[in-house]
Ligand binder design. Structure first.
Ligand code: KIV
Length: 254
């Protein structure tokens, strides 16, 4: 097994796993030097870096471009690259695209889906590529579901999320993201899950680790902060202040 993946798996039940998104070289290098365990080249880059309204506009070419930069910036962190919408519609396509993403130098790929994507995940892991699954709220389904809605509110939904976890684990994933589920569902899934669960919007301390979008944590897109995030920095405000200061200090020749 890949040494970085083994080191992450060894943290199960011992110490929390930290994951943050990174989309470029300087951010990857800073987060890596800060000791963040896993860096995710998330397809959230469609919004944070490219200004699209959601992740359904993101292509393989976008992901390849950003993955290369992040891979160059990270030495110790395990770098995971998201598979964009329609890049894993069949197992054959999933393997071919996972190989293209891995060729950028990342360590693993992530893809959304559970029972419905078991065959794609298995095909990728059987090709020797580590996979992080993603269950609960699936942002790539935002258009078909008419928005972002918390998952696991009914017993039926909670059971479906548990079945998704089981499918992802059966298919050989080393980790899975649990997004925006009820706290109790994330806790139950984590208790039952032999691999690393990573929560987002699913309650604090409910999973083996947590992931956040870098821009949300650092206050870099102050026009949108999800309710479950407490920003730890004010980079957006700092940039505006510094830009104003710079412009105010300019001088014309005497
Ligand atoms: O794309 C992304 O940033 C993600 C995280 C929200 C888990 O998938």
């Amino acid at each position: 097994m890949n040494a970085k993946v083994a080191a992450i798996l060894a943290k199960k039940g011992k110490s929390p796993v930290s994951e943050l998104t990174a989309y470029d070289y300087p951010t990857a290098r800073l987060l890596d030097e800060a000791g963040i365990d896993m860096l995710l080249v998330g397809d959230s880059l469609g919004m944070t870096m490219l200004g699209y309204p959601d992740t359904t506009h993101v292509t393989m070419e976008h992901m390849l471009h950003h993955a290369e930069a992040v891979a160059r910036g990270a030495k110790n962190a395990l770098v995971i690259c998201d598979m964009p919408i329609h890049s894993f519609d069949t197992p054959e396509q999933a393997v071919a695209n996972a190989k293209r993403l891995m060729a950028t130098g990342v360590d693993a790929v992530k893809l959304e889906g559970g029972v419905d994507k078991e065959d794609c995940i298995r095909a990728i892991t059987e090709a020797g590529i580590p996979v992080q699954g993603h269950i609960g709220l699936l942002p790539q389904k935002v258009l078909e579901e008419g928005g972002y809605h918390m998952k696991g509110k009914t017993d039926e939904e909670a059971a479906a999320i548990m079945a998704d976890m089981e499918a992802v684990v059966r298919a050989g994933a080393f980790s899975l993201v649990i997004e925006c589920t009820k706290k109790s569902v994330a806790e139950a899934v984590t208790r039952a899950c032999p691999v690393i669960t990573i929560g987002i919007g699913a309650g604090h301390g409910t999973c083996d680790g947590e992931v956040l979008v870098f821009h949300d944590l650092m206050g870099l897109s102050p026009w949108f902060v999800p309710g479950f995030v407490t920003p730890k920095a004010t980079l957006g405000a700092d940039i505006m202040r510094a830009a104003r200061e710079y412009a105010a200090e300019l001088k014309l020749p005497e």
